[in-house]
Design a protein around this ligand. Structure first.
Ligand code: ADP
Ligand code: MG
Length: 701
């Protein structure tokens, strides 16, 4: 048998394909290295002379690693990455060739942008786009190519990607958080960064079975499939022993990721059969985002090599849990202090409470915007389906921290808080007694001791948008706090007043109970929290005046950039669902109906034979009638779904109108068709069924 896994891992292999700081230090001339470091540290633009030297050294290093090409690697608004490869080879006059790579080529690329979504930003006559090196994320070699992480924008400078707003948002939160830190007398921090550790869930299935299902191939999820007798009810898969095939795959995956500098740390089986999870050690949000994109690519490629298919869709299978991505987020200073870590001294705690309050206010005021970042057709199957948080954004902070907040609100000391001296005076705040073990798994936005875990993100989604939104809205609330503290005559009492005002006004967002409970929906409505149940209901938040304004104010997205994103999200929803609908029509008419017909013939022949033999035919006739009825309904529902798509294709109106039509008409039509097909599946001879079933996919790997 083929030995799939690459090689035994040695620690020197970690990051061996990354042009990281130690490689730069070793290979760059001292002055160039110093200039580059300064650029990185101060967030400045790179000088042309420095870029020239870096490019040449980077090329030599990449060639040693087997690279013949380079690519600017970017993240267009499709949510996946894009690359266009150019070779280093440059012919010389004497008919030979040299390997060349200039500073210009490193810093800037000009890919044709016309085939990437722009939401109306790019005039059709101006197809040029620019990619610009993001020197804060290291270049790496993969598949014989030097990958240079870049930002992607239009000819006129508007962001056409997910990285640009993320970088801008990191700068915005840096500026505002530093203002607050300075007011607290912090003299050692030079920058504040956001940190991020995304936990990635995925499914692994057999590759041949994957190739034998058009729905998986075209849409990443099963559009048909009767429920198997066993699902996840025994909970025997969660943290269970890894199958050999899976274990081999994971081992290979880890090595591949480690070589690329991705700090893959934990891996285990998840709740649903065939479901798994991978979590890295956290890093800055920008690098974590690049690494998560890379992880998703490497997951798919590695699976392929192992005869498997990796499904990143939010809901590949009905009836068992879908996949998400837990977005663990915090803020840290460049000297390594986590700003969401409760401190040991009263002063530290006051500062912690200020940053916590900023997050509370941000999440309450911009709950709709945060919800919009996780709006995609795949997530419509998860959010609110008792397997993932509901579509209502709320925040879990735990009982102990809630005690502290209550004390601040009422001004009365709490008997339960250790020490019992919880008053508003900063100097009398005791160490916060936080129990971080009690975690509410149902909360969409949970404080887990020193970070927030945003659990609504879909498994296939880029984490860029959830993070640039988080960064921006917290930058906004921090700026309001800094404005108040700036003007304060008595700093300590103003700190108390700020925290108190915020928690009084915004504590409705805090909910420590069971988010899956029916009562919470009613309670949330009473509190006035938005419940944006579907993608179509969630996307409009991107375009509201309040939300457009906060992006513009902090220089993260201009008004036209926000509006283009709104358009692209709607378009992408409509396109995705249209493909799903057409795939169903195709499979129903060309695979399922023919099998139903063949089955009817077989059963009818049985009836005739039985009758000829003088035997009773009632039971067989009953099966025949049932099959005929279901096939009739299937045929009608296939035609109805096709009709919906035809109507959509001819429909006037804007993108929101089209998206609403999908949600209100196409989705129910798809459900009706699926119900017929799934009922037929359990009626006909399993040997005749034209595609691998849920039993095959989930249990026979
Ligand atoms: P869990 O019990 O949910 O697995 P962990 O503490 O192991 O929690 O963390 C889960 C993820 O959170 C990991 O990817 C980890 O790197 C990340 N994480 C931990 N601390 C931070 C932080 N300060 N900022 C961002 N992410 C973090
Ligand atoms: Mg988690």
């Amino acid at each position: 048998m083929d030995k799939c896994y690459t090689e035994n891992f040695t620690s020197s292999m970690f990051g061996s394909l990354v042009f990281n700081e130690s490689v730069m230090q070793e290979r760059l001339p001292k002055s160039t290295f110093k200039a580059l470091k300064k650029t990185l540290r101060d967030g400045l633009a790179l000088e042309a002379g420095v870029a020239e030297v870096v490019a040449s050294v980077m090329k030599d290093w990449a060639v040693e690693k087997g690279a013949t090409h380079y690519t600017h690697w970017f993240q267009p608004l499709t949510g996946i990455t894009a690359e266009k490869h150019d070779s280093f080879v440059s012919p010389t006059e004497d008919g030979k060739a040299i390997m060349e790579f200039s500073g210009k080529e490193l810093i800037k690329g000009e890919p044709d942008a016309s085939s990437f979504p722009s939401g109306g930003l790019r005039a059709t006559f101006e197809a040029r786009g620019y990619t610009a090196w993001d020197c804060t994320s290291p270049a790496f070699v993969k598949d014989g190519t030097l990958y240079i992480p870049t930002a992607f924008c239009s000819y006129t400078g508007e962001a056409l990607d997910l990285k640009t707003p993320l970088l801008r948002s990191m700068e915005a939160i840096n500026v505002q958080a530093m203002r607050v830190l300075k007011l607290f007398g912090d003299t050692s921090a030079r920058r504040v960064m956001t940190t991020m550790g995304p936990e990635q869930e995925y499914f692994l299935i057999d590759r041949d079975m994957f190739m034998n299902r058009d729905d998986l191939l075209f849409t990443g999820r099963t559009l048909f499939g009767a429920k198997p007798p066993k699902g996840q009810e025994l909970e025997d898969h969660y943290f269970g022993v890894l199958k050999q095939k899976v274990s081999d795959f994971m081992r290979d995956l880890d090595v591949e990721l480690w070589k690329l500098g991705v700090t893959a740390k934990t891996k285990h089986n998840e709740v649903a059969p065939a479901q798994h999870e991978l979590a890295p050690i956290f890093s800055t949000t920008n690098i974590a985002t690049d690494h998560n994109q890379l992880t998703m690519e490497v997951l798919k490629k590695t699976a392929e090599r192992h005869g498997l298919a990796c499904l990143l869709h939010e809901k590949p299978f009905a009836g068992v849990n879908g996949s998400g991505k837990h977005n663990n987020w915090s803020m840290a200073t460049d000297d390594g202090r986590n700003l969401l870590e409760p401190g040991k001294t009263p002063k530290d705690n006051a500062q912690f409470l200020v940053f916590l309050a900023a997050v509370i206010q941000a999440v309450d005021e911009y709950a709709d915007l945060l919800r919009s970042t996780v709006a995609c057709s795949g997530n419509d199957h998860r959010l609110g389906a008792n397997e993932a948080p509901p579509a209502i954004v709320s925040m879990f902070i735990g009982e102990e921290l809630w005690e502290v907040i209550e004390t601040i609100i009422t001004g009365k000391p709490s008997s339960k808080v250790v020490g019992g001296h919880m008053t508003l005076g900063v100097n009398t705040l005791p160490p916060l007694p936080l129990d971080t073990t009690d975690r509410n798994r149902t909360s969409p936005f949970a404080f887990t001791g020193n970070k927030f875990e945003f659990r609504m993100v879909g498994s296939s989604q880029s984490i860029a948008a959830p993070n640039f939104v988080l960064n921006t809205i917290v930058a906004e609330t921090l700026s309001q706090i800094a404005d108040r503290l700036d003007k304060a005559s008595d700093f300590t009492s103003e700190v108390n007043a700020v925290v108190k005002d915020i928690v009084i006004k915004h504590n409705r967002i805090i909910f420590n109970g069971n988010n899956y409970a029916e009562e919470w929906v009613t309670e949330a409505a009473r509190r006035g929290l938005p419940n944006l149940k579907s993608t179509v209901e969630a996307i409009p938040a991107v375009a509201t005046e309040k939300n457009v304004k906060v992006f513009a104010k902090h220089g993260v997205l201009s008004e036209v950039e926000s509006m283009s994103r709104y358009e692209i999200m709607l378009e992408s929803y409509v396109k995705t669902m249209r493909i799903e609908a057409l795939t169903m029509v195709e499979m129903a008419s060309r695979q399922i109906l023919p099998v139903a017909l063949a089955s009817m013939k077989k059963v009818a022949d049985t009836v005739s034979s039985l009758a000829a033999a003088g035997a009773k035919t009632d039971m067989v006739k009953k099966i025949l009638d049932k099959t005929v009825d279901l096939a009739t309904s299937l045929e009608a529902n296939t035609a109805a779904l096709q009709h919906c798509v035809d109507h959509l294709d001819g429909a006037e109106g804007d993108s929101l109108t089209h998206a609403k039509y999908i949600h209100e008409k196409v989705v129910p039509a798809m459900a009706a068709l699926r119900a017929d097909a799934d009922a037929l599946e359990v009626l006909v001879d399993s040997a005749m069924w034209p595609m691998p079933t849920y039993i095959d996919l989930l249990f026979k790997m």
